[in-house]
Design a protein around this ligand. Structure first.
Ligand SMILES: Nc1ncnc2c1ncn2[C@@H]1O[C@H](COP(=O)(O)OP(=O)(O)OP(=O)(O)O)[C@@H](O)[C@H]1O
Ligand SMILES: [Mg+2]
Length: 368
């Protein structure tokens, strides 16, 4: 656990970059520091590994004041990743990743083999190991930066806007990759960003800072979106706050109708008279095929296999959020969503009425 205890940083020119900051970054969790440019994020991060020392207050790492540990020893246990990776341009990728093991005096072979394992861990082709940084894309360089920070298996990882220099699609995949790695490695991560969407996606907890280095709010993402502490936080969270909040509300409470699901082997004549506007058709394994409107069915024999089905959207009820369920209804002309299990079998239909009721309950909760 990393503890900021009344930490202030005043630079020699009088700038107060961080002002009486107190917060905890729990072990094994991702704590995100987010806020506008100049609010003291980088300064806060660098005080953890003593690139900068506080003017007042203390930073504790597992209870020990970091200023009592000499910087090289301290940094052995703290990986550091920065924007644009900060790789050494004249060293090959493998040697960039092995930087810390070399410094720690590992033998060359062991250090390089560790580096190769790490390239694989962060999702890079080991064939890139012999290249120089300029021969890699921005996203690949960023992955090398993460691999390098993990080389000595430090329990703590500090990440300062690590993904902000890459395009949105690469950024999203790097974020997903970090979450996957974290599920495996359980590092104590302090992650700095000015992107609130990145903050709520990655953070177990999110600390919103305002300019002057003051903490505006510290909360889990769902709570932050539901209950911003003040106008500054509300404005910083930006538009679509209500919709984004749905990402954190599980869909497993939605009520299901199984009577609206019919097998493709059913006769057209057996469903033509149904009073329902839409029925979901499934194959022999229970997989979704699409929607049919009974009133539009042809007056002919045969099974539903001969009837064209309209497009559908699905969500996994036991795993996905209400946002995914809402998305699924918007992808179906029926306005209903198909709930599927982990293997893609249809469990039932969530009607737009059922979804509407769930959304109404959330809206009522928001009113307090
Ligand atoms: N060495 C320094 N001397 C004086 N002021 C500094 C110094 N380094 C940073 N500052 C000031 O401290 C404040 C916080 O800077 P910091 O780099 O921590 O912000 P940040 O939140 O990381 O911003 P950004 O999102 O732009 O990276 C800013 O006003 C900055 O100008
Ligand atoms: Mg910064």
């Amino acid at each position: 656990m990393i503890t900021f205890d009344g930490v202030t940083k005043r630079y020699p020119d009088g700038t107060v970059a961080v002002d009486e900051l107190s917060l905890e970054a729990p072990t094994g969790e991702i704590t995100v520091l987010v806020g506008p440019s100049g609010c003291g994020k980088t300064t806060s991060l660098r005080m953890i590994n003593r690139m900068i020392d506080p003017s007042a207050g203390r930073i504790l790492l597992d209870g020990a004041d970091v200023t009592t540990v000499d910087p090289p020893t301290l940094r052995r246990g703290i990986g550091y990743v920065i924007q644009q990776a900060g790789l050494f341009p004249h060293r090959k990728i493998v040697d960039n990743v092995a930087t810390v093991p070399y410094l720690l005096g590992w033998d060359r072979k062991k250090a390089r083999s560790r580096a190769m394992d790490l390239l694989e861990l962060v999702g890079l082709d080991p064939g890139l190991a012999g290249r120089y940084p300029f021969q890699l894309s921005g996203g690949q360089q960023q992955r090398v930066g993460v691999a390098r920070a993990l080389a000595a298996d430090p329990p703590v990882l500090l990440m300062d806007e690590p993904f902000s220099a890459v395009d949105p699609i690469v950024r999203a995949s790097l974020q997903d990759e970090l979450l996957r790695l974290q599920a495996e490695l359980n590092k104590t991560i302090v992650f700095v960003t000015h992107d609130i969407d990145e903050a709520v996606k990655l953070g177990d907890r999110v600390a919103v800072l305002r300019v002057g280095g003051r903490l505006a709010q510290l909360a889990a993402p769902a709570e932050l979106l539901a209950e911003p502490a003040d106008d500054f936080v509300r404005e910083f969270l930006g538009r679509d706050r209500g919709i984004r909040r749905l990402s954190f509300i599980p869909a497993d409470g939605l009520s299901l109708r199984t009577d609206l699901v019919v097998p493709v082997s059913a006769d057209v004549s057996s469903v033509r008279g149904t009073a329902e506007a839409w029925l979901a058709v499934v194959d022999a394994e229970g997989g979704p095929l699409g929607w049919i409107a009974p009133k539009d069915l042809p007056d002919s024999g045969g099974t539903l296999a001969e009837v064209p089905a309209a497009p559908y959207g699905t969500f996994v009820r036991g795993r996905d959020s209400l946002r995914a369920a809402l998305d699924a209804t918007l992808l179906s002309p029926s306005g209903n969503a198909l709930a599927v299990d982990g293997s893609g079998r249809v469990e039932g239909v969530v009607t737009r009425e059922a979804l509407g009721e769930a959304l109404t309950r959330i809206a009522e909760d928001a009113r307090g």
